[in-house]
Design a protein around this ligand. Sequence first.
Ligand code: TRP
Ligand code: SF4
Length: 332
Amino acid sequence: MTAPPTRSRVLSGFRPTGPMHIGHLVGALENWVRLQESHECYFAICDWHALTSDYEDTGRLKAYVLEMATDWLAAGLDPEKCTLFVQSRVPEHAELHLLLSMIVPLPWLERVPTYKEQQQQVANRDLGNYGFLGYPVLQAADILVYRAELVPVGEDQLAHLELCREIARRFNALYGQVFPEPQALTTRTPRLPGTDGRKMSKSYGNAINLADDPERIRQKILTMVTDPARKRRTDPGNPDVCPVFDLHRAFSDKRTIEHVDVECRRAGIGCIDCKKELLGHLEPFLAPFQERRAAWLRQPGRVAEILAAGARKARVEAGATMSRVRAAMKID
Ligand code: TRP
Ligand code: SF4
């Protein structure tokens, strides 16, 4: 008799602070959809993390949570294969966060690069709150409460992951081995540019959202910035500095990419034609997603059930870890 091989455990999450965009789809969700086939995956909608910065106006949070779940399901996350849940429905995350907060030295948190950066960049909100400083401790609790081994994240999260490993080491050294040290799984998908040429981001207002209908996407692409030096149709362009070309690289086939690369440089193709070719690839790529999304939108009750079942499943695993944590700390 051979026991089934245990699949290594994966946890990742997103903050429901607004609509998701196509960069999330190709950067993260497609990767998660692959991982659910081979790993034991937990995917969390981190509403408490959203509150660390967006604590004042919580009016839209619930809608963002449901929209995020809908997008995840439309992308192909399958509740039969992975566990999808909302962080605040699994209070064990909060308990572990509290216990970890006892052993995390303040300087570890103050030196996280995103901490000072965000405080300076985000001018319209006061991020001097306790919860915001503790953001990475809560993130570590999200990961460690499942004793997850792998954490698929973007490069911007590597500092948080490193801190999580330090916290795990410190806990194990103080109370005995409970946590594996989780590894980051970074994908090499290049960042997509937004319609203004900067990195696609919900906070820049330059994103092509997963909720946008085909007409809206067409408008956004057709008015997107191109090589700024290419003013007239007869000017040769430079695809290397053109954000539209980056989208070709992500969505078009090899032939189209080569064709655009050559013809742009010798003014053989205009930007409008070039964008229409891009739409010719982007639209069919997104169509099946959009169809599934529309289908899930028609059954919000089912989405809520999936999240509730996911939280029940997550609580079993998180509860098992917490028993070990309490025993290790002798507070059981
Ligand atoms: N901080 C992550 C982000 O902004 C979101 C997140 C919260 C997360 N908890 C997590 C990611 C746990 C990975 C694992 O993208
Ligand atoms: Fe960019 Fe295409 Fe115009 Fe070249 S032809 S500048 S790649 S949009």
